[in-house]
Design a protein around this ligand. Structure first.
Ligand SMILES: *Cc1c(COP(=O)(O)O)cnc(C)c1O
Length: 385
């Protein structure tokens, strides 16, 4: 059976070119980057070079780049790091209802430790309003964290606009750019951000490695203590192979992004148009400000989980709600925040396209889904079709 992977928002395969540049660091170049002899120096050089590459791609300076274990650690370090470092200045943090759990749960954890958290609502397309951010800012607000693009519905936020407002008020601004790294132009100056997190495995790099950009002058209390690595902000022997892979994957993605985005947008719109012809279906998220690879649809009278199992039987890998909530019966917090009812949100399906997907994959999916929807609806007591 052919297998079609359409869950690139969850993770992506590592590109062969990326594997190739990583391999030496598992073998002959296994040195610890903190060691003074040749092996150590060469590992250190590799780190320096990767750091320069990532910095340049972000429009940042090399000493503003911290390598982390991924998007979750990046968000934790940004939010907890700023919160602990600036708690004497203020204890108020602002975020939004549609953030990834790495941001939301971190903010809620800080709430248990004496911080105040404002969670901004979103509109029906999943947008955070810059005016709402402005209204929520207080003299004691130390940090605002709003994601660049949403991992479930693909809505791209007006980050530069929000950033300008936050800066004017003297708070710091973090964006979770895990879904946009390699896809959109991520220039930290143009985006008006002070902190930005990304993760290699979302752009065809390895799992377990990411980057947190931290603007010069922003203090951070580290989460991990023990060594002088990453300018004392993240202790632990560096994941040299992973970091080299991240830089290569980021570079490739940025070189190819314009052409690849155009190709994906076409496939995405073909999918959306096809799925919209199914009765009682609804496309979620913005149609204009949307990630080029994201399709998110609700089919009324259907459980997303049954949809996924049926798609899997046909060799199609997709997602319902977010990866973290699938397996539980809670509908997506993102769709609920956008005003969908529990019942409708339960019937959501996310298809996220990637480099290997072709037009014939899209056509196969468009042939299978209506059949599955029809079959599942016939079994639903609520459906009178
Ligand atoms: C995947 C993802 C994360 C978490 O990144 P990991 O590297 O898997 O920890 C955070 N935010 C968003 C928007 C994501 O899509």
């Amino acid at each position: 059976m052919t297998e079609i992977y359409m869950d690139h928002a969850a993770t992506t395969p590592v590109r062969p070119e990326v594997v190739e540049v990583m391999l030496p660091y598992f073998g002959t170049e296994f040195g610890n980057a903190s060691s003074v002899y040749g092996w150590g120096r060469r590992a250190h050089q590799a780190l320096d070079q990767a750091r320069d590459t990532v910095a340049e791609l972000l429009g940042a300076a090399s000493n503003e780049i911290i390598f982390t274990s991924g998007g979750s650690e990046g968000a934790n370090l940004a939010i907890k790091g700023v919160a602990w470092a600036y708690q004497t200045k203020g204890k108020h943090i602002i975020t939004s209802a549609i953030e990834h759990h790495a941001v939301l749960d971190t903010a809620l954890w800080l709430k248990k430790h004496g911080f105040e958290v404002t969670i901004l609502p979103v509109d029906e397309e999943g947008f955070v309003s810059p005016a709402e951010v402005e209204k929520a800012l207080r003299p004691d607000t130390i940090l605002v964290s709003i994601m660049h693009a949403n991992n479930e519905v693909g809505t791209i936020q007006p980050i530069a606009e929000i950033g300008a407002i936050v800066r004017k008020h003297g708070a710091f601004f973090h964006t979770d750019a895990v879904q946009t790294a390699g896809v959109l132009d991520l220039n930290v100056e143009e985006l008006n951000v002070d902190l930005l997190s990304l993760s290699a495995h979302k752009f065809y790099g390895p799992k377990g490695v990411g980057t947190l950009y931290v603007r010069k002058g922003v203090r951070l209390d580290p989460l991990i203590h023990g060594g002088a690595q990453e300018r004392r902000r993240r202790a632990g022997t560096e994941n040299v192979a992973g970091i080299v892979g991240l830089a290569k994957a980021f570079e490739l993605a940025r070189e190819e992004r314009v052409a690849e985005n155009a190709r994906l947008t076409k496939l995405r719109d073909r999918l959306i148009e096809g799925l919209q012809t199914i009765p009682s279906s609804k496309v979620n998220g913005s149609l204009s400000q949307r990630l080029p690879n994201n399709v998110n649809v609700c089919f009324q009278y259907i459980e997303g989980e049954s949809m996924l199992l049926n798609l899997d039987l046909r060799g199609i890998a997709a997602s319902s709600g977010s990866a973290c909530t699938s397996g539980s019966l809670d509908p997506s917090h993102v769709l609920l925040a956008m005003g969908l009812t529990h019942e409708i949100a339960h019937g959501s399906l996310r298809l996220t396209l990637g480099r290997d997907n072709t037009e014939s994959d899209v056509d196969f999916v468009l042939q299978e889904i209506p059949v599955i929807v029809e079959r599942l609806r016939k079994m639903s007591p609520l459906y009178q079709g």
